[in-house]
Each structure stands twice: as structure tokens, then as C-alpha cells.
Design a protein around this ligand. Structure first.
Ligand code: ADP
Ligand code: MG
Length: 235
């Protein structure tokens, strides 16, 4: 059973600095001593001024960036736990496949793949058969108000807001238990943003945990259960 009161992720004193080898080892602070927890089925919003390290924090949790210091404890539904800060690259790849997902503002897919197939792909990887996967992808694209005439077109030709919705659809159609969202509603109008927020509410009911960065406080407050404010270090 999934215990709603237990944690999904606990981040302790996480820090990241960058060393620019091209510039004689110059050190740039990403963020320092970040600590927060996210329960199962909750969304935590990361806030703070531009440059305070919000995107870097998500990339560090996803291990795109190697942490400089700290712990990132990810718990499974069976209450087993791992520290993403120090597990191996192959373990990280496995956690990315099964336990955590990352949705950015930017769509990265191969050319000549239709919107429907791009969104259905994560279900196929999970062994769902093609017809069902395409049907579920179509339902999700309908929910996100993507016009049906676009379903068989490559999303690379779509508008920014349409691409962003394809990206979100891909990220949530077969949701991992922890989702990292970097400004998922940044280029969306009110109607589309509202639809995305509704989708995030639905994910919370499925005990999916999320860490989100929202450029708009009003949208953030509609969906976040808690907030962690990143501090801009003044060196
Ligand atoms: N790959 C990188 N190499 C060097 N510095 C970086 C890198 N990524 C981020 N930074 C620096 O880390 C700081 C935080 O950036 P970022 O996480 O993008 O902030 P935010 O998302 O809050 O606007 C910035 O000063 C940025 O220049
Ligand atoms: Mg950012």
C-alpha cells in the first residue's frame, strides 16, 4: 500500500558549484545547502529569483549535474531508499527509466515522428500494445486541447505552446513516481495552463510526487502543497 504520509524524496544540505576548467578553474556557485522533503502525492514548488539555482537543483536531483555535497534520498513504494547523490551511473539510468521523470520547457524528439507516436512512446516502452497506447495518447492530447488535425504531424513544426504540451504529455503519460517539472506552463495561455494544472492535480491523486518551478506565482499556488525558496548567494 502506498502510504500518503511517507516521504518520496528527502534532500539534505545539497550544494552544487561549477568549476570552469576553460577559465583556469574559476568556481561558480549553483546553490548551497538546500534541504527539503516531498511526501507521496505532493507537489513542492521551488521558488527564488532568476539565477538562484532552481533549474540546477532539478538537474542535480536528476543527476544531469553531479552534486558537490549533500544527500538526495529517494524512497520507493516498498519504503526502500537510495541516495541519488552517490549511486552509480547505471543505477541512475535505471531510476530514470522507472522512478523519476523530468519535464522541461523544451521538446527534444526525433524528426518525422507524429505527435501521437511521440506521446505514445513511453507507453510502448512499458509494454502497452500500440493501439491502446495511441488511444491513450489521443485522449491525453484531447485533454490538453491539441487539435486532432495535428495528431499525425511532427511536433517539431508546432508552436511553442503546442510543443510544450506535447512535452508534458510525453512526461506524464506513463508517470514515474517522482516528476521534476521546470516551468511546465511557461509558454502556455490561460486555458492550456489551466488544463496542465488539472493534469498535475490528477497525478497527485495517483500518489505521484512532483517538484515544480513555475514562472507565475498564481499558477504555482493553484497546485503546490509546499514551497522551498532558493537563496541567491552573495559572495
Ligand atoms: N552548466 C553550468 N556551468 C556553469 N554555471 C552554471 C551551469 N548551470 C547553471 N550555472 C549557474 O548556476 C546559477 C544558477 O542557475 P540556474 O539553476 O539556471 O538558476 P534559475 O533556474 O534559478 O534561474 C547561475 O549563476 C548559472 O549561471
Ligand atoms: Mg531556471
Amino acid at each position: 500500500m502506498d502510504n500518503k504520509n511517507s516521504y518520496r524524496l528527502r534532500v539534505h544540505n545539497l550544494s552544487k558549484h561549477f568549476v570552469l576548467h576553460q577559465r583556469g578553474g574559476k568556481r561558480i556557485q549553483g546553490f548551497t545547502d538546500v534541504s527539503f522533503s516531498v511526501r507521496r502525492g505532493e507537489l513542492l514548488a521551488l521558488t527564488g529569483v532568476s539565477g538562484s539555482g532552481k533549474s540546477s537543483a532539478l538537474k542535480t536531483i536528476y543527476r544531469t549535474y553531479i552534486p558537490s555535497r549533500g544527500r538526495i534520498i529517494l524512497e520507493s513504494d516498498d519504503d526502500s531508499a537510495v541516495d541519488l547523490a552517490c549511486c552509480s551511473e547505471s543505477e541512475i539510468l535505471s531510476y530514470r527509466r522507472h522512478a523519476m521523470g523530468f519535464v522541461t520547457q523544451f521538446l527534444k524528439i526525433l524528426p518525422r515522428i507524429s505527435a501521437l507516436d511521440a506521446v505514445a512512446a513511453p507507453l510502448l516502452e512499458n509494454g502497452v500494445d500500440r493501439e491502446e497506447a495511441r488511444q491513450r495518447a489521443a485522449d491525453l492530447l484531447d485533454a490538453l486541447n491539441i487539435r486532432r488535425e495535428l495528431f499525425n504531424v511532427s511536433p517539431l513544426t508546432f508552436s511553442g505552446g503546442e510543443q510544450q504540451r506535447i512535452n508534458i504529455a510525453r512526461g506524464v503519460i506513463a508517470p514515474r513516481k517522482l516528476l521534476l517539472l521546470d516551468e511546465p506552463t511557461a509558454s502556455l495561455d490561460e486555458d492550456s495552463a489551466g488544463r496542465v494544472l488539472k493534469l498535475l492535480h490528477r497525478l497527485k491523486k495517483q500518489s505521484i510526487s512532483m517538484i515544480g518551478i513555475f514562472h507565475d506565482r498564481e499558477r504555482m499556488e493553484q497546485v503546490a502543497d509546499s514551497e522551498y525558496q532558493m537563496q541567491l548567494e552573495r559572495l
